[in-house]
Design a protein. Sequence first.
Length: 335
Amino acid sequence: MSTPDLPYSGPVRPALADAGEAAAPDPVNPAPVRRYHDFLRLGAHSWWRGALAITSFIAAYLVVSGILSAIAIFIDLGSGRLHLDDVMTNQLTLSPALMLANNLSLAAMIPVAMLLQWAIFGIRPGSLSSVAGRFRRRWMLRSALVIVPIWVVYVGSTFLLEPVGQIELSADAIALLLIVLLTTPLQSAGEEYGARGLLNRAAASWTSNPRIGFVLGAAVSSALFAAAHVAGDPWLIAYYIVFGVALCAVSTATGGLEAAVLIHAMNNLLLLVPTVLAGQQDSIFERGEGTGGPFMLIPMAVLAIAAAIVIWWARRSNVQAVGSLPARTIVAAAE
């Protein structure tokens, strides 16, 4: 995977209207510019702000996830799907209610991450999407031209080599399928706004050196991303770390989370839909020792290749990779 260009200081480059539209430096109003991971250095930054952002985000997720999971369990208890003994012994099966609670908990991290960035670093929420200050839909659609075919071929080949078996269209399967289709893109975006967004940037803000910041941000956010998946298999842990580092590189090189969100969403959707249709939903969260293996090198390689192609495609499309803040925003954040 190619290494993305890293941040620099220089004249401000105004936000592009769309992907592929070039922008010339503004000689009248020069301002420091930063790449995506290093962007919080433009606001109020100190070691404790980064630490506070990370711990606050983790605490917020645990609270939201705990509340929604408890509601889902009560629903399953009330419907007779679960018994109290199952809850006490942690013998839970993946129900539509629990799947919805999981996805909504992660989707809720989008506004949580944005508000924490604003409250702690004094930088407006829009910049968490990209250095242009917004979610660049046209760039995401353009990146789909390379991301979607890669994942269709990858996942299609996987299921051709190892078919999922007979399709089951039970009431649970239909409910789960609808939940997957409607909320998995939001769940994927929530993970990206949290891990590659706030956590990555918060850790990178601990150093003024942008290259060290990239390494630090990718290492911390990817380690937390892997830990959050509670994998007990070393191959799975390695996969989650590679997943995190690859998408950190994509976010830095493209100046935003759009391509990373699309990669994450395509990966989850194309793997979850066949699994649910085959009635194998209980295997979705099986991550214990022995569930991984050397075959995990294949998805790791796909991620590395996809990241390299997306980075090349972004440069070819002249996507804005650096940005700045208005002078009044910088002053306000420092006060």
